[in-house]
Design a protein. Sequence first.
Length: 247
Amino acid sequence: MTLSGAALSLWSAPLDLPTSLLGELGECISPEETERAEQYRQPLDRDRFVAARGWLRRLLAGQLRCRPDEVRFVTGDGGKPMLVDSDLRFNASRSAGVALYATSWTTNVGVDIEQVREIADIEGFAERFFSPAEQAGLAALPQADRRAASFQCWANKEAYVKGLGTGLTVSLRAFDTWSGDMAHSTLDGWTIHKVDAGFGFAAAVAGTGLQGSVPVPPESLGSLKFDPTTGTIERLSGEALGGSLEE
Ligand SMILES: CC(C)(COP(=O)(O)OP(=O)(O)OC[C@H]1O[C@@H](n2cnc3c(N)ncnc32)[C@H](O)[C@@H]1OP(=O)(O)O)[C@@H](O)C(=O)NCCC(=O)NCCS
């Protein structure tokens, strides 16, 4: 079954790949992307960038019905990449060896994924980046839950500003995404959902006009079959593709 236009679809992809697959993905990225990849000093970072851009091109090509190397990007004022001559919206994020993507034909989207890491001073981190309500919510949690909650709060906030397209140029302290369990919150017409991105990661997706509050796990691009001549992506079982949130 080919991809169809769900309200908002979520995708994940592994970035630490066997050489043959990395080579295939590397073949579809643009000269500018190759140049950017070569600026990474560490081979691991370079390969992850190539993989992330390659997967993104495959994903978008499957929805645009073109070849991955034909996908063309333009950068918005705040630095947000968008597609040339298409209504398909997307956003991308990566952390360590995992990438997260959201696509939609109808809503603006933003995503963020973060590997949950050590934070030496969680209170100081919260004071710097979180609103007063978020700081209070965090402080009310048991100590053992605060680190994961900090990363979830960060992911929620970054998904929102990436949806807006401003990125981290705006003050993260100036707005509030706290909602108790942080699974679902709303802000100025945006809905922010926690995304189950697997153990050790916090992730979120933000979209406009989304009503549903059921978080869905992303579909793994690594488990799909890709036809390079048509750009079509299929699942071998023929089931519907893409974890989607209804409008
Ligand atoms: C953009 C930004 C939010 C990325 O955060 P991050 O946690 O380092 O990285 P993530 O993996 O989550 O996201 C990176 C992806 O976000 C997307 N992105 C870049 N700028 C974006 C923006 N303004 N809004 C939404 N998405 C953006 C790109 O697809 C990027 O992928 P790439 O590295 O393959 O190009 C952050 O770097 C930022 O806001 N920087 C300040 C703004 C800036 O420097 N702009 C430069 C151009 S004006």
